[in-house]
Design a protein around this ligand. Structure first.
Ligand code: F6P
Length: 471
């Protein structure tokens, strides 16, 4: 079996107390099982040129990380990746702040990654690149002469071409995805949007149902929804609910039902809208006053970016308003916490909650939704209220699906979830749990790598002549 080389902006180097994001959580088990290299940024930046790459060996995985120069960090990470690609790919054209300087930094860091990665690359390695930070990486490697199988998986949404084409210079960036052998998406909708982009904006010829011809080669488009380790997470939750931490939290509720939300502080998560919906819920259903506590855990994220700082202020104000208007000396309706919690603590809290509120305005998948389901007690499960705009809504169709822009609708769903009879809760949970088992995280990497390593579809046309300066 070929050696696996995973590349992502953040690398999940196993460290005590480290809090991993969705991407790291999904990659780690696959890489551990197969062994190989995980290459990426170490999260540090420096004034001058960063020191050479560092390697940490843990079991059968080599974690190879590099630092970034301060200007690269500003232009690549804070700039193009997170102030242009992130909002646009989450359908938020209104929040995108494009500059040519940041785009230049983005390409420069991808070149830098390619130059450092190739020092470790063998000709028969299979390379798996993750997420929107690294769209041009395969092109940079191909230009250095690497002919490896290279796959790309994007963890976040891919909007319709009508939105993608609003990205200045999209025609310079997006066609670079054609240099991958396989481009994978979370949902059918994302894959269809990308296929439409390839066909309509790049004029690529479709070879068969899911492959396009690019520079005389085939680039395949596939759907690989990320799952969770369902049974393992369920076991973790069963243990964690007995932990002193979760017992303390439960004790502090004095028997009140708990609603839980867990999201990074990010505008894609729909937090102000969710606060609004909770406020409406308290207004419409006074019978729940003093009978329910909503715990919202929201670690800070990308704080150097102004939109995130603005969001922090808006959410803080909403929390203050709700608690001020509805709270009592003996009851705080909304507990808002910015501290990150361990996976174990979250697993226990999910199991203890009556309702999980996951209402992003747009989300590639959302693993909190899946973990909430995995954590429930099948005999007495809590209810998931889930945005129809999260990728997870396809598989978790037995959740109460809501439109996060309809604040009143979400308020009604919260009441329905809290009041749902046991039999209906059991049925919905069983359907969702089965769907999670059907697409367990253990199979996800195998499916992607299987599709990547399968021989490509033969293209019928001869390779086109290369045009100097062309893609
Ligand atoms: O898929 C998006 C993602 O990479 C998540 O996996 C992760 O939780 C988040 O973004 C982390 O963002 P950042 O690396 O900017 O902190």
């Amino acid at each position: 079996m070929a050696r696996l080389v995973v590349v992502s902006n953040r690398v999940g180097v196993p460290e005590k107390g480290a809090r991993a994001g969705g991407l790291e959580v999904s990659i780690r088990p696959a890489l551990k099982q197969r062994g190989g290299i995980w290459f990426g940024w170490n999260g540090k930046f420096s004034e001058g040129d960063p020191p050479p790459a560092e390697t940490v060996e843990r079991e059968n995985v080599s974690y190879v990380t590099v630092g970034l120069r301060q200007d690269d960090y500003e232009e690549f990470y804070n700039g193009f990746a997170n102030r242009v690609l992130w909002p646009i790919l989450h359908y938020r054209l209104d929040l995108a702040e494009f500059t040519r300087r940041d785009l230049g930094g983005y390409f420069r860091v991808n070149e830098f990654f390619a130059a450092n990665l190739e020092k470790f690359l063998r000709p028969d390695d299979v390379v798996w690149v993750h997420d929107y930070h690294l769209i041009p990486l395969a092109k940079a490697l191909r230009e250095r002469g690497h002919k490896n199988k290279i796959g790309f998986f994007i963890h976040i949404p891919f909007p319709p071409p009508e939105i993608v084409t609003a990205l200045p210079n999209h025609e310079r960036l997006m066609p670079a995805l054609g240099h991958y052998d396989l481009v994978g998406f979370q949902t059918e909708v994302d894959a269809t949007n990308f296929s439409r982009y390839l066909a309509n904006e790049c004029n690529l010829r479709r070879i068969d149902g899911d492959s396009f011809e690019f520079d005389g080669r085939a680039v395949k488009v596939g759907v690989f929804p990320v799952g969770v380790e369902t049974d393992a997470f369920s076991r973790l939750a069963r243990r964690a609910i007995e932990s002193p931490f979760v017992r303390d939290v439960l004790g502090s509720l004095s028997g009140r039902a708990m609603i839980i939300g867990v999201d990074r502080l990010d505008y894609s998560k729909g937090l102000p809208e969710r606060m609004d919906a909770f406020e409406r819920f308290l207004t419409i259903f006074p019978e729940w006053h003093d009978n329910v506590t909503y715990l919202q855990i929201t670690p800070f994220s990308r704080s150097a970016i102004p939109e995130y700082a603005d969001l922090g202020r808006a959410v803080g104000e909403a929390v203050g308003r709700i608690n001020g208007n509805f709270g009592e000396a003996s009851w705080t309706p909304l507990r808002y916490i910015n501290k990150a919690h361990s996976r174990t603590a979250l697993a226990g809290l999910y199991r203890a909650a009556r309702v999980g509120l996951v209402t992003p305005l747009r989300d590639g998948m959302n693993l909190v939704a899946k973990e909430f389901i995995a954590a429930q007690d099948a005999d007495d499960p809590g209810v998931l209220v889930l945005s129809r705009f999260a990728g997870a809504a396809r598989e978790c169709a037995a959740a109460l699906l809501v439109n996060p822009y309809d604040h009143e609708g979400v308020a009604l769903a919260i009441n329905r979830a809290l009041s749902m009879p046991l039999e209906e809760r059991r049925q919905r949970h069983a359907v969702n749990y089965k769907a999670l088992l059907h697409n367990d995280l253990g199979d996800w990497a195998e499916r992607f790598l299987g599709a990547l390593e399968r021989p490509p579809v033969r293209t019928s046309a001869p390779p086109p002549m290369r045009i100097a300066g062309g893609r």
